[in-house]
Ligand binder design. Structure first.
Ligand code: ADP
Ligand code: MG
Length: 738
């Protein structure tokens, strides 16, 4: 078999050593494939291709088209210098720690010197020093980039973390590949994050070779000409070349901010495929017409208004309108209702349910816990007490006879609204005429629910509600086939929660204790949340179980203290919650199980220990358990003193704002999409070039184009081809989740 065939995008990295004139050894190829596999999900080392490698983008760029000279350096200047080693030596600073320093001057220059220094330590220090001494012998040419600091003796020095940051170009005799120097100097060069032991410089060489061996004609254009023209997108081969080796005249800051034409092209492409897949999915749903026929006239609106216990906020009114529009339409409703904790989603759900019932349909409300189910059932019954509708709680703890009777009543259409947990679907309850399902606290359920409903032969309108505000960009991708409504206004009469960070020391703890005691004496209730259920050997953290005992026996012996965590049996949990709701428990020590939905308006303080260990969205969710009445509430964040500046700044956001959307945006920025949604399986796609925080504008453009193409697909063969490709594309498996 001839091994000289040229490479293509599909060539496996492991096959590179056998292709063309490729000078990459089998070992290095393995290392490289492994490194790329690590960062591209769903790939193993054997399936990593040249295309995957090309999508491993530089983390920054350096302009080496012209180098600074030592004479012109300014204190603190960020610059590349093209240098020659004068001498290099280690300096012992104690306890097998050394500073290795290289003294160097400009190319062919006997003028001023600079000093480059780094630490060497550990048991292998001797060998490492030997290696560096050999690497930086007198006369070796290398490049150093960084922030140059003027020292006492008028000498500029550069302190680096690892000598990898220096690039040796040739040895003293000028041995070295001249072609290679053309890669590393005299141009804008890409700097890659080190991956599996492959040095950034090596990666640059490999990518340069791959691009040289890969003819432009081997990189197929994937977007149509008119789409590219409309969006001003450069061709794919150009983009892949430019993104690694930018031409000289470009603006490097555009590259660093991922706003170069090359970046825009590749990001657009990635987001466009996702958006097209989601459009196709949504289109399929809209075609499936529903059986429920809902009429909404003024008389019905009046009847509904007459039972509402309060005046709707402007935001609630807007959202109700959006829901009415969906319910009246022939297409199935699949709407996500987002609203911060306490924004009043329940009443909106109730209006939707009432509308379906008035039209002769049954409805179901699903919530994540039994406690919440009880709470909702109680509220619904109270508000609809004078209506003719029968509302029932389907509870896991019902006696089997009662349950059977209830199932029968539901199947006979005698029950108009059923409230329950997920068991509502699992127990295969049969409805006579189910028109609407409301799913509360969606983020606890995951997104598979709808599929599950359908698989059980139900195809009602669906309204999902979540109090975990999802940034717009995420909602568009994760819930891309859902329509989104947002309640962005709180009901009147709320006093904003006061949030304060306390340090983990005796003084601060005393203050917190005082606050808790005062509130409890004033008749209020308190939550204290810990990250762990029990003592852990791995983590030196306070845990709920031991702290519960301590708080109960030592700190607040006169108050009644309760414990709640996820390892308790459901009945035990319900029991504790009931005691808290009734006020018998004054201080509830807990883990994050209390995160969801419970409404105890009398609770006024939320204490969170080891706050730095929680995500911002989670902290916000926990904080939402208080502040549900008109009186002042507090959120106390106890944080370790040892945290980093980033962690401190992160927690600071909690003090600054009560706006869940702002917090979610920050969280997305800091921790990425997977973390926010809580679980991987929530269907958050992983991106290779796009970044949801940074690229919201491109996402919007891509979505618009995707809609356009989707709507064209029955008229234009070209658009139809695109859609087909998306549907075939294995990559779309991700977007097909949910
Ligand atoms: P969430 O969005 O967190 O589910 P709820 O629906 O539980 O919020 O509402 C929080 C509280 O606000 C409830 O006690 C509810 O009765 C009250 N509420 C909701 N809407 C209004 C309104 N428009 N005016 C006054 N109170 C309201
Ligand atoms: Mg709620």
């Amino acid at each position: 078999m001839a091994v000289t065939s040229s490479i293509s995008l599909e060539t496996r990295i492991l096959d590179l050593p056998n292709r063309g004139s490729f000078g990459l050894g089998p070992l290095l190829a393995r290392k490289l494939a492994g490194g790329i596999a690590e960062i591209s999900t769903g790939k193993d080392l054997n399936s990593v291709t040249v295309e995957d490698l090309l999508l491993y983008l530089p983390m920054r760029y350096e302009d080496r088209s012209s180098f600074a000279s030592i004479r012109d350096l300014q204190d603190g200047q960020l610059a590349s210098l093209d240098l020659t080693v004068r001498f290099a030596k280690p300096r012992y600073i104690g306890r097998s720690r050394f500073i290795f320093s290289v003294s160097a001057s400009d190319q062919n220059d006997t003028g001023p010197q600079v000093l480059i220094e780094w630490f060497v330590s550990g048991s292998r220090a001797k060998q490492i020093i030997e290696y560096h001494t050999n690497r930086f012998v007198r006369g070796t040419r290398f490049i150093a980039f960084g922030k140059w600091q003027l020292g006492k003796l008028g000498i500029y020095s550069l302190k680096i973390n690892k000598p990898d940051e220096l690039e040796v170009i040739s040895d003293t005799e000028g041995n070295g590949d001249p072609a290679l120097s053309a890669i590393h100097v005299g141009r804008c060069v890409p700097v890659y994050r080190k991956t599996s032991d492959i040095r950034p410089k090596q990666l640059r060489e490999i990518l340069h070779r791959v691009l040289k061996e890969l003819p432009d004609s081997a990189i197929a254009e994937t977007l149509t000409v008119d789409l590219r023209q409309r969006q001003k997108l450069i061709p794919r081969p150009t983009a892949l070349n430019e993104i690694h080796f930018p031409s000289d005249e470009v603006s490097l800051s555009d590259y660093e901010n991922a706003r170069s034409p090359a970046h825009r092209r590749l990001i657009f492409e990635e987001l466009f495929w996702l958006a097209l897949g989601l459009s196709a999915k949504r289109g399929k749903r809209i075609k499936e017409s529903k059986s429920a026929k809902i009429k909404i006239d003024d008389a019905l609106k009046k009847r509904i208004a007459s039972v509402l216990p309060f005046k709707l906020t402007e935001a609630q009114r807007r959202v109700v309108k959006e829901i009415f529009r969906d319910m009246k339409s022939d297409a199935l409703m699949n709407r996500l209702l987002q609203g911060d904790v306490g924004s009043g989603k329940t009443i909106v759900a109730l209006i939707a349910m009432l509308t379906a019932m008035e039209n002769g349909y049954q409805t179901a409300l699903m919530v994540p816990t039994e406690i919440l189910a009880e709470q909702h059932a109680r509220n619904l019954k109270r508000i609809l007490a004078k209506s003719p509708y029968r509302i029932e709680l389907l509870s896991g703890s019902m006696k089997s006879g009662d349950k059977k009777r209830l199932h029968q009543a539901i199947a006979a259409g005698e029950v108009h609204a059923v409230v329950g947990t997920h068991a509502l679907i699992q127990e295969a309850v049969k409805f006579e005429k189910l028109g609407l399902v409301v799913i509360d606290e969606q983020h606890r359920f995951g997104v598979m629910q709808r599929a599950e409903l359908r698989s059980r032969g139900m195809n009602p309108d669906v309204l999902v509600m979540t109090a975990t505000p999802i940034p717009r960009s995420l909602a568009m991708t994760v819930y891309g086939d859902l329509d989104v409504s947002i309640i962005d206004e709180m009901p009147p009469g709320r006093t904003p929660i006061v949030t304060k960070i306390y340090a983990d020391n005796a003084d601060d703890r005393k203050q917190v204790k005082q606050l808790l005691a005062n509130e409890v004496r004033a008749g209020r209730q308190v939550y204290v949340v810990y990250p762990l259920v029990e003592e852990s050997e791995k983590m030196d953290l306070r845990d709920a179980t031991r702290r519960y005992e301590y708080l109960r026996d030592k700190v607040f012996p006169r108050f009644s203290v309760g414990l709640l965590h996820g390892r308790m049996k459901p009945e035990e949990k319900d029991e504790v919650m009931r005691h808290f709701v009734s006020g018998e428990i004054q201080i509830l020590v807990s883990t994050t199980v209390i995160e969801v939905g419970v409404d105890v308006p009398n609770a006024s303080v939320m204490v969170i220990e080891h706050a730095e260990r929680f995500g911002l969205s989670q902290l916000h969710q926990l904080r939402g358990r208080v502040g549900r009445g008109a009186k002042q509430s507090y959120c106390v964040l106890l944080a370790s003193d040892k945290q980093t500046d980033v962690a401190r700044e992160r927690l600071g956001i909690m003090e600054e704002t009560n706006d869940g959307f702002k917090i979610a945006e920050k969280d997305l920025e800091i921790r990425g999409p997977g973390e926010i949604m809580g679980t991987r399986q929530a269907g958050v796609p992983e991106f290779r070039v796009a970044n949801l925080v940074r690229d919201l504008d491109i996402l919007q453009a891509a979505r618009k184009e995707a809609e356009f193409y989707f709507n064209q697909s029955n008229k234009s063969p070209e658009a139809a081809k695109l859609i087909r490709r998306v549907q075939d594309d294995a990559r779309m498996k991700l977007a097909a989740v949910g």
